[in-house]
Design a protein around this ligand. Structure first.
Ligand code: TGC
Ligand code: FAD
Length: 404
């Protein structure tokens, strides 16, 4: 009997046996459509992502062939109107899609959330109708891929100090500067770039691959998000046509509004990592025999699992309520910061605990914890670091700005 269980465990290693966990019956608060969307994205991830993702991460390769499928399942801009070829879904559906993609890998969710929240959303929210019609349908299918350039080598948490700038040359703008740590940059067809005009106001520009002076060198040597492509954006006297400026916004609130949408997606997405690690740990603890018993029968293992599902359930409740508020356009940036910070921190802790439950096997690519854990080190840093989000909450509750 004991031998049989350890044998079954070896057979299970490397397979995606994931099942959703809903301890507080939150599905009763979702629509049938939400549950169907979750199942269909989960099925797609099991079929297309799980079999290849470990290998891609080990080789530090972005699985570019998945882009078409991501477009087909509606992962690019699902929350934007159907008129532009997008999904026309609500914010909870958007969150569920991000959760299921990130359950597969944070890099896959990154690709989708950059495309939907950081490239398509600013074009939709701040763009002209011509810009929307030109870019959104192609971005929705994945025919064109986009990236979002805010961070610079010397300005990460403090983007208002950015140095990238452009001058008005009459019939075009002349852009100079650089961006760093840009997801999707190495293969993006389109870049939404934030830079200062001659008056120092931050504006959004749409750049296209092939513009003279615009290059996108790849960032190598990452230990995290290895299945996602990261790069720089370099602008050396790039002539940007005047019709490529986003007319609807000026100032830092432009990029920060986009970040609010992407951070909301991450708040759901990181729960996907936590669910995957918990799911694997529960199964392993029932099957792995030591001292003549499944390790799940020991109190210390149960403490780990009980705390994991408690924290997951709390985070699930938080993002569901946040989704309701977002559907009503009542979610504040500070509420979104709290959820992003909480979900990612929770997921990182769970990845570590779940890794321990798997013992030595936990460090191998047969199980997903190490990959999630490494990925989450980026997720806890990008879109506002853990401490920046704490300071946003601190400012919201006290009224004092502790950033500067
Ligand atoms: P501050 O004076 O506070 O704000 C400037 C203006 O922006 C408004 N605002 C927001 N609007 C919408 N959403 C938000 N979340 C907003 N936060 C602030 C604010 O009301 C103000 O408006 P107005 O009308 O008065 O001008 O700006 P600050 O310079 O003091 O900075 C504040 C701080 C530190 C919170 C902000 O800069 C920040 O969030 N820093 C973190 C930077 C960050 O998150 N970078 C992310 C780069 S993109 C990325 O990481 C993508 S990874 C994608 C992936 O692969 O998934
Ligand atoms: P810094 O801002 O230098 O921060 C370093 C440390 O100082 C952090 O711990 C921070 O919390 C702390 N700190 C900073 N200011 C304060 C303060 N006032 N009080 C207390 N502590 C403070 N950016 C984009 O624009 N587009 C992208 O697509 C993108 N993708 C990314 C992908 C990856 C894999 C990574 C790692 C990053 C990506 N980023 C992207 C950049 C990301 O948003 C930044 O790394 C992040 O905002 C932090 O900036 P920084 O790395 O310069 O760190």
């Amino acid at each position: 009997m004991i031998e049989t269980k350890n044998h079954e465990l070896k057979k299970a290693a490397g397979q995606d046996l994931y099942q959703h966990h809903d301890y507080y019956l939150l599905d009763e608060m979702l629509s049938e459509e939400h549950v169907l969307i979750r199942q269909s994205v989960q099925d797609w991830v099991k079929k297309e992502v799980s079999p290849i993702i470990e290998d891609c991460a080990q080789k530090a390769e972005f699985p570019k062939h998945l882009i078409k499928g991501l477009g087909e399942i509606g992962a690019f801009g699902p929350q934007l109107p159907e008129k532009y070829g997008c999904g026309g879904l609500d914010q909870i559906a958007y969150g569920i899609i991000m959760q299921e993609l990130e359950r597969g890998d944070s890099g896959i969710r990154s690709t989708a959330s950059v495309q939907g929240s950081l490239v398509m959303y600013p074009i939709y929210k701040f763009g002209s109708e011509e810009q929307r019609m030109k870019y959104l349908p192609k971005l929705a299918t994945g025919e064109w891929m986009g990236c979002f350039g805010l961070t610079e080598p010397d300005h990460g948490s403090n983007p208002s100090g950015m140095l990238s700038h452009f001058e008005d040359k009459g019939d075009h703008y002349l852009l100079n500067g650089s961006k760093m740590w840009i997801s999707n940059a190495p293969f993006a067809d389109v870049a939404v770039v934030w830079a200062k005009n001659e008056e120092g106001a931050i504006r959004g520009l749409i750049l296209e691959r092939g513009m003279e002076g615009f290059t996108t060198p790849t960032t190598h040597g990452k230990w995290s998000l290895r299945a996602s492509a990261t790069g720089e954006l370099v602008f050396e006297d790039v002539k940007v046509p005047k019709e490529n400026i986003l007319p609807g916004v000026s100032g830092l609130k432009g990029p920060l509004t986009c970040l609010s949408s992407a951070r909301y997606g991450i708040a759901w997405g990181a729960i996907g990592c936590a669910l995957d690690c918990y799911d694997s740990a529960v199964r392993y603890s029932k099957q792995r025999i030591q001292f003549g018993k499944p390790i799940g029968a020991f109190q210390l293992t149960q403490k780990k699992l009980a705390e994991m599902i408690t924290e997951i359930t709390k985070a699930q409740l938080m993002v569901l309520r946040l989704g309701q508020l977002k559907n009503e356009d009542r979610a504040t940036p500070a509420q979104i910061s709290m959820a992003k910070r909480n979900s990612v921190d929770m997921a990182l802790k769970i990845a570590r605990e779940a890794r321990q439950i798997h013992g030595g096997m936990g460090i191998t690519g047969e199980y997903p914890m190490m990959r999630h854990m490494m990925n989450l080190e980026s997720v806890i840093t990008y879109e506002g670091t853990h401490d920046i989000h704490l300071l946003i909450t601190g400012m919201d509750v006290t009224g004092f700005n502790a950033f500067k």
